[in-house]
Design a protein. Structure first.
Ligand SMILES: [Zn+2]
Length: 353
């Protein structure tokens, strides 16, 4: 299928800019079956999933989640070159398991993603998850996924058992990510606070709160201050924090001790992160562009349960120039990951060093 023409498409250094979905999920059978009764979607086992209704998000997740061909069909349908495929951790998170089981489940998920990428090497870019209860196991799996599976993107939750990953206990993780020049994709696996279970608010309200807590902690703990090379993409447009920065900066004036780890105003660090465009409401995308800049955004659909027209959602944003659209739809992510469009048809390939 020939690539569809969209506004903003123009050759970059002799090649067109690729279109890449930064946010697309998969399931691995063993991990999903083991994890579902511990997951936020079932109220941590209190409310088993009913049989999926046709056309529902659950049915889409259960069908396309296991099927790489469905992902490629979606990419073809939307004229996208590739997707960054990540674990659907709201259904198959692993932090509930004992450390050795968690490790095994992460290996299974990562190996399955590697198989998807092997099957569709120009259409999929793999990411890997880590058994984060254990420092030693995490570093071992991180080394395996990068050195043996050739992956360059690590998927992280916002928190593990209530400890946000920006906390000092996880400094080793950020140092390893920076040292290996990996890109981190941060996607919460769901708050454990039972209040959010009513009305599925864990999804509507809880995910953006988890993202806000993660980013705030990342700023205040000084991780962005000290590890300048970090490349971090926050899912769901970064949640609430980019839109409520006045109070961050006011807090430094009112409580100077809060800035002990940072040299600039907290809000200034927001532009050091990247955010996906999985926002569903055009006015929110406009606001995020105004706040952090078009150059910090990457297109993300949350396939198979999210935005069905991710390119159109970005293209219709009136404050974006055609060049902005091109970057958001894939150019910026390609730059982060060292990718370029293949010369014929749809797909991406690593830029040769
Ligand atoms: Zn998602």
């Amino acid at each position: 299928m020939a690539p569809a023409a969209h506004r903003g498409e123009a050759p970059v250094q002799g090649r067109r800019s690729p279109k890449i979905d930064a946010h697309a999920h998969m399931l691995e059978r063993t991990a999903a079956e083991a994890g579902i009764s511990h997951s936020v979607v079932t109220g941590f086992g209190a409310r088993p999933l009913p049989p999926a209704a046709p056309g529902s998000a659950q049915e889409m997740a259960e069908r396309a989640g296991y099927d790489p061909a469905a992902h490629v069909d979606m990419l073809d349908r939307l004229g996208l070159d590739a997707e960054l495929v990540s674990s659907m951790t709201v259904m198959q998170g692993t932090s509930w398991a004992p450390p050795e089981v968690e490790h095994e489940l992460n290996v299974r998920i990562n190996d399955e993603i590697a198989r998807w990428v092997t099957r569709h090497p120009t259409r999929m870019v793999g990411s890997f998850t880590l058994p984060l209860q254990s420092h030693e196991r995490s570093l071992r799996e991180l080394a395996r996924c990068t050195d043996e599976l050739g992956m360059t993107v690590v998927q992280l939750p916002a928190a593990v058992s209530g400890t946000y990953l920006s906390a000092p206990e996880y400094r080793w993780l950020w140092e390893a990510i920076a040292e290996r020049r990996l890109t981190a994709f941060v996607h919460p696996d769901g708050t454990r606070d039972p209040w959010f279970q009513r009305y599925s608010m864990w999804n509507s309200v809880g995910q953006p709160i988890e993202e806000a807590k993660f980013i705030a902690s990342l700023i205040y703990e000084g991780i962005l201050e000290q590890l300048r090379a970090l490349k971090i993409i926050i899912a769901h447009g970064g949640g609430y924090l980019p839109h409520y920065f006045g109070r961050l900066d006011r807090n430094v004036r009112a409580h100077p001790h809060s800035a002990v780890n940072i040299s600039r105003r907290p809000s200034e660090y927001l532009r050091e992160l990247h955010y996906d465009t999985c926002l569903y409401e055009p006015a929110m995308l406009e606001a995020l562009v105004a706040r952090v800049g078009a150059d910090r955004l990457v297109m993300g659909s949350d396939y198979p349960v999210g935005e069905s027209d991710p390119v159109g959602f970005v293209s219709r944003c009136s404050s974006l120039t055609p060049a902005d659209v091109e970057r958001i739809v894939g150019g910026t992510l390609a730059g982060l990951l060292g990718l370029e469009a293949v010369s014929e048809g749809l797909g991406v390939t690593a830029i040769s060093p």
